[in-house]
Design a protein around this ligand. Sequence first.
Ligand SMILES: Cc1ncc(COP(=O)(O)O)c(C=O)c1O
Length: 356
Amino acid sequence: MTTDVLQIELRKAERSRIQEVDFNHLPFGKHFSDHMFVADFIDGQWQNQQIVPFDNFTINPALSALHYGQSIFEGMKAYKNEEGDVLLFNPLANFERMNESARRMCMATLPEEVFMGGLEALLRVDADWVPSTPNSSLYVRPYMFALDNYLGVAPSKTYRFCIFTCPVGAYYSNPPKLKVETEYIRSAPGGTGYAKCAGNYAASMYPTLMAQQQGYDQLIWTDAREHKYIEESGTMNIMFIIDGKLVTPATSDSILKGTTRAAIIAIANYWGMEVEERLVSIEEVISGIESGRLTEAFGAGTAVGASAYALIGYNGTDYMLPEFSPEKSFAVRVSNYLGDLRTGKIDDPFGWVQKL
Ligand SMILES: Cc1ncc(COP(=O)(O)O)c(C=O)c1O
C-alpha cells in the first residue's frame, strides 16, 4: 500500500494491553487492540484524522445516529505471513461496499486515502496484535455514524468514521444448524438489504433469537414476497454444491454482496468449476438433500470463511446434510485455499492480498 499517512495525528497508548490477552483462546469480538483510527466529516470535508488509544467516545443524548439509525460498518481480517508481515485480504472490496452503504443511507462517502490510509496506519501501529496462531486473525471493524446532535428525520451533516480491531479465533467451533425463516424477513426489494447498515442487524435479532431457542444457530432468510427463494444467512452468503456445480443465490438489492462470496466464485471459476448465480428455491434445496444431488451447503463470509452446515431445518423438519470427506468437500478445499492465500502461503493469482 502506498498511501500517504503523514497527515494522521498519532497519540500512542501509554501502556499496551496486549499481555492481558491469551492468544491461544480468542473469543470473537471481546478483546480490542490498543488503538483506533478516527476521522470526522465536518463542513463538507473529512478532517481530524487521528490514531488514538482505544477508548470511549463522549456523545450527546441527541446524537442523530442513535435516533434515526444512520450507521454503517464493514468487517475484514488481517493476517501474518511466516515472515511476520501483515497481510490484508482485498480491502478495496470493503472500501467500495462501505461507500455503497453510505450512498444508500444518505451519508458522506469516504475518499480512498482516508479509508486505506487510516487502515494502513492503524495496522502499522498495532501490528503486534495480528495473531500468528492457526485459525486466528485480526478482525478489522471500520464503521461510520451520524454525528449531528439534532432531532429531526433528515440526513446528518456531520459523520464520524472509526476503525478499531480485535484479535479473533474461529467463529463456529462446530458446523452450524440453520433454520429456514418463513415468517419474518431481513430485507425486501427496494429496502436496505444490500447495505451493511446497523438497522438490518437490529431487525434480524428477534427472529434469530427465536430460532436459537429452538436449537438452531442461525437463520436462512427467504424472499420477502413468497418465502420461496433463499436469500442469505445472518452474517454469511449461502452456497450449495448441486450436481457438482457451485450454486448460489444471485445478489439483488435485498442481499449483501459478500466479499467472500465473490472470492469463492472467482476461485471456483479459476478451478474450472461450473458456477450458477440464480434463484435458488427452498424446494430445490430440500429435494436436492433428499435425492442426494445436493452434496454440500455452506456459509461464506469474512467471519466464518467457508463454513459447512450440519443441517437445514424447514417447517419443523431437520434435513441433515450428507457427511462429507474433508478431501472431497469443496467447502473444505476452498476454505483451506482462502486460508493459504490470506496468510501468504501460496501465490495470489487474483491480486487480492496486500502486504503492509
Ligand atoms: C448479512 C451478511 N451477509 C453476508 C456477509 C458476508 O460478507 P463478507 O464475505 O463480505 O464478509 C455478511 C458479513 O459481512 C453479512 O453481514
